[in-house]
Design a protein around this ligand. Structure first.
Ligand code: C6P
Length: 414
């Protein structure tokens, strides 16, 4: 039977777990404890069903065909755009551009808006806690344009040093690109304040919402960001789909990212005119099936309720931090006041990877290493961390398993 997310109200973690088939499985003979949600969240049955249903019932290319299947596929694809618009409270549906994920979103902005607007000697500000996806595209642009990258430093708790941010701004600053919630520390950054300050100097701001969009209520109009990027797979949706939100007036002025089918109005060998928004940025056949199924993920999250999810995840985060801190030799990395459900830690004298391998033997999936944030790890002078990141389906009992696992691993390796 196809499950419907209407079965899961009010918040009941037991009922929610039943919606995620993978949670039934064993790893190394143990019940799976999946704490790698910041890397990618597991998918509920409704998302899997939406994918299967698309291929069973109406697989067709979109925006091109006049036959029924093409119309159904187009309607389903465009329905996701409407749901995303509501999910982040964008003003216009044309402001929602489908991408492959956050990485492509940042690269798109760097390669279009960036190439068009950043000139020699200009400055771009990012922070010391950025994911490589929000560092490298700007470095590439700076190299090409002879522009300069400036970095907001991070304090010992893993919070941005906001007074330093003010000092970094100069008449040459043209763009700020900042992570909303850190993937390796969990820190929630004061993006509204950052945007407010930047806008006083007419500086455009991109917000990396890879880790925030699943936990926090996103309102791009209230935030007033110029660009916002997210990935479906972190919000219980399929991989290979993401969203770039951009203010319409900016997107309209930007050149296209890729040339090809769909993004054109008219092509002759002399010249091409471009399609209107959002299609100008969606060249080629997109990832239709996964985009269609992404809607099911967003509907599911809306149904469970972000408030409910957040309360549950906050409880787990506090519980895990308190318990881990009681273990001799454990040091938490990232103790900001406002955090998402990410708990990063190191154990004195033990490489994070060794801990990760042992935890996997106990059926516990965590991520270890630099989490694609090498500069941040350098800032803390550590090779990496062990990262447990919680989702709506995780439980206190699973945190107990993690704590037991860490204790066992320490005994074994010390
Ligand atoms: N972080 C993690 O384990 P993509 O891969 O394009 O969907 O997202 C990239 C990305 C950008 N910014 C932040 C803050 C992120 O957390 C991520 C993805 C995963 O932390 C995989 S490295």
């Amino acid at each position: 039977m196809i499950s419907t997310s209407t079965d899961i109200k009010p918040f009941d973690v037991g009922a929610i777990r039943k919606e995620f088939p993978v949670l039934e499985r064993k790893v190394k003979g143990k019940d799976l404890v999946y704490f790698d949600n910041a890397a990618t969240a597991q998918k509920p049955q409704v998302v899997i069903d939406a994918l299967v249903n698309y291929y069973h019932q109406y697989n067709a290319n979109i925006h091109r065909g006049i036959h029924s299947l093409a119309e159904e596929a187009t309607a389903a694809f465009e329905a996701t755009r409407d749901t995303v618009k509501e999910f982040i409270n964008a003003r216009y549906r044309e402001e929602i551009i489908f991408t492959r994920g956050v990485t492509e979103g940042v690269n798109l902005v760097a390669a279009t808006y960036g190439r068009q607007n950043i000139k020699e000697g200009d400055e771009i500000i990012i922070s010391g806690m950025e994911h490589h996806s929000n560092i490298v595209p700007w470095q590439m642009l700076c190299l090409e344009k002879k522009a300069k990258l400036k970095i907001i430093p991070v304090d010992d708790n893993g919070e941005l040093m906001m007074s330093e941010f003010q000092k970094l701004i100069s008449p040459k600053t043209k763009l700020v690109s900042i992570v909303h919630a850190s993937n390796s520390l969990g820190t929630i950054n004061p993006v509204k304040e950052i945007i407010d300050i930047a806008h006083q100097y007419n500086i455009v701001v991109l917000v990396d919402g890879a880790q925030s969009s699943v936990h926090l209520d996103i309102d791009v109009q209230d935030m007033d960001c110029d660009f916002f990027v997210l990935s479906s797979h972190k919000i219980y949706g399929p991989t290979g789909v993401g969203v770039l939100y951009g203010k319409k007036e900016l997107l309209e002025e930007m050149p296209p990212y890729m040339g090809g089918g769909e993004m054109i109005k008219e092509v002759t060998f002399d010249k091409t005119t471009y399609n209107e928004l959002p299609y100008k940025f969606e060249a080629g056949t997109p990832n239709i099936a996964d985009t269609v199924a992404f809607k099911a993920a967003l509907d599911f999250v809306n149904e469970v309720g972000k408030d409910n999810i957040r309360k549950h995840e906050e409880m787990l985060t506090k519980y895990a931090m308190d318990k881990l801190l009681k273990i001799d030799g454990v040091r938490l990395i990232g103790t900001a006041k406002h955090k998402t459900s990410v708990v990063s830690f190191i154990v004195e004298g033990m490489h994070p990877q060794d801990m990760g391998i042992l935890l996997d033997n106990y059926g516990i999936a965590v991520r270890t290493g630099h989490h694609c944030c090498q500069p941040l790890m350098n800032r803390f002078e550590i090779p990496g961390t062990v990262r447990a990141s919680f989702a709506m389906y995780n439980t206190k009992e699973e945190v107990d398993e993690l704590v037991k696992g860490v204790e066992k691993a320490i005994k074994l390796l010390k």
